[in-house]
Design a protein around this ligand. Structure first.
Ligand code: B12
Length: 404
């Protein structure tokens, strides 16, 4: 058991919180595990309004994801932890590269779960049941963090920690131990600021705290089918996730250059585990070479970026996204990339042909499309027509505004 504190006391609870912090969590709080009734209503309302796009996750079964007792019958408490991930974005490499959102530059979830598991093990050794839930469809992590009093809901819908911004992953230990809980949620810290609403590249935050996933780049990168034409330029160089609502957020910006404190803590507690976590992580870091993304085999792609949420685990979606990023390159592309792009115009997969067509048009490489060996291919003809239509619509829109 390793402690003389009577179980269920404030002291026992404090020990659990300290254990989480010693293993790398920046904040840990406790709340009761009663159903998140209001969040269930919000999930259902947003699903009815279509704001979830076709996402499943917590939307698949809102009753389950908002009622912890469906995961652990008799559940009494949630210990909620926040794990700060690396936020320093290294300079882009000289080669054309695509950007990965900071929560995905390493397997930060593993480190979060590692810390939470220590709390769970302590509870189990004290005779309780305890389950770690992090990014699991069985719990609404943000609602738990807010109830546990460790952060507040920002207008971006991200949870912010006082003085530390929103660069955190959230997770919980669900237990049947009855523990002293947070007195009350923290007060709102956003005030009148709404930079996340104004700064979102696709205006996906349609009201404070309300995200329309149909417009959110983070979701569109993970969604099946075509990448919507109207949001392709806004995608810029992003290949996985989008941090814009955090990058423009003053409290998050202020802490951007701080390195996460937990690496030292994790190393001090369990060097071997931390080292294994690093070696096992087949994740590419902050920037991924665009040439590699477009030339790697399915196996290579999945071995390097397989931790990403890739629709239906189909590498074609990583390539689709990479083609949009290529189309957004601002400099003339190398001859090697041009040859690769050309090969995509002859790809058997029409989805990739269409996105390669868009990229070629964006890059002013119409000659690739006019090549008689492919200019009649339906996927190219259709995409060119759609691009032309989009251009005309923009032109009409601009004229409308200029000459009301
Ligand atoms: C689905 C999902 C997504 C979807 C949809 C996100 C969304 N906002 O709904 C997509 C793919 C777009 C996404 C993107 C991101 N996600 Co995400 N995602 C999830 C997931 C799996 C479920 C979230 C959920 O249930 N959403 C449903 C809605 C209803 O919940 P909500 O947004 O929290 O809504 C609340 C607020 O609107 C609030 N509210 C209601 N009215 C009002 C009014 C005001 C004024 C305010 C302020 C609030 C407010 O109450 C609602 C209900 O409690 C969770 C993991 C989990 N199991 O919880 C991770 C999670 C939320 N994501 C996370 C992260 C890190 C991200 C990204 C930053 C990743 C990235 N860099 O690309 C972005 C951020 C985009 C954004 N602004 O939300 C973290 C959040 C960490 C944090 N500090 O908040 C989580 C918790 C994962 C984790 N375990 O750490 N994500």
């Amino acid at each position: 058991m390793g402690s003389s504190s009577p179980i269920g006391t404030t002291e026992f609870c404090e020990q659990l919180l300290e254990l989480g912090k010693a293993h790398g969590l920046s904040a840990v709080g406790v709340c009761d595990a009663s159903p998140f009734e209001q969040t269930r209503q919000v999930l259902e309302e947003r699903r009815d309004q279509g704001l979830n796009a076709d996402m499943a996750f917590t939307y698949r079964n809102p009753g389950r994801s908002t009622d912890p007792s469906m995961t652990l019958p008799g559940a009494k408490s949630l210990l909620v932890g926040a794990y700060r991930y690396e936020t320093v974005l290294p300079d882009p490499p000289a080669l054309p590269a695509a950007r990965v959102a900071r929560y995905a530059t390493a397997d930060h979830y593993e480190r979060l779960r590692f810390a939470l598991q220590h709390i769970a093990d302590r509870l189990i050794s004290a005779g309780y049941r305890a389950v770690v839930l992090a990014d699991d469809n069985a719990l609404v992590d943000r609602a738990a963090a807010v109830r546990a009093g460790i952060g507040w809901y920002g207008k971006s819908s991200n949870v912010l920690l006082p003085g530390q911004g929103s660069w955190f992953l959230l997770g919980s230990v669900l237990t049947d131990a009855e523990l002293p809980t947070a007195d009350k949620p923290l007060e709102d810290g956003c005030g009148s600021c709404q930079r996340c609403l104004d700064g979102c590249p696709t205006q996906a935050i349609i009201a404070p705290g309300v995200l329309d996933a149909r417009r959110c780049l983070a979701w569109l990168l993970q969604a099946q089918g075509e990448f919507p034409r109207e949001f392709r330029m806004a995608l810029g160089d992003r290949i996985y996730g989008c941090d814009e609502c955090q990058e423009v957020c003053p409290p998050s910006r202020r802490t951007e250059s701080q390195s996460p404190p937990r690496d030292r803590a994790v190393n001090a507690v369990n060097v071997e585990h931390a080292e294994n976590a690093d070696t096992d992580s087949q994740v590419p870091g902050s920037w991924v070479d665009l040439h590699w993304l477009l030339s790697a085999s399915d196996e290579e792609l999945l071995s390097q970026v397989g931790r990403w949420y890739i629709p239906a685990r189909e590498p074609r979606y990583v390539r689709r996204n990479a083609l949009v990023v290529l189309g957004n390159s601002h400099q003339p592309i190398s001859s090697a990339l041009k040859v690769l792009l050309e090969s995509y115009l002859d790809n058997p997969d029409d989805l990739l042909v269409a996105h390669a067509t868009w990229a070629a048009a964006q890059l002013g490489l119409e000659e690739l499309l006019d090549d008689p060996t492919r200019s009649d291919r339906a996927a190219i003809v259709d995409e060119r027509a759609n691009c032309e239509l989009a251009r005309q619509q923009i032109a009409i829109g601009v004229r409308g505004r200029t000459h009301p």
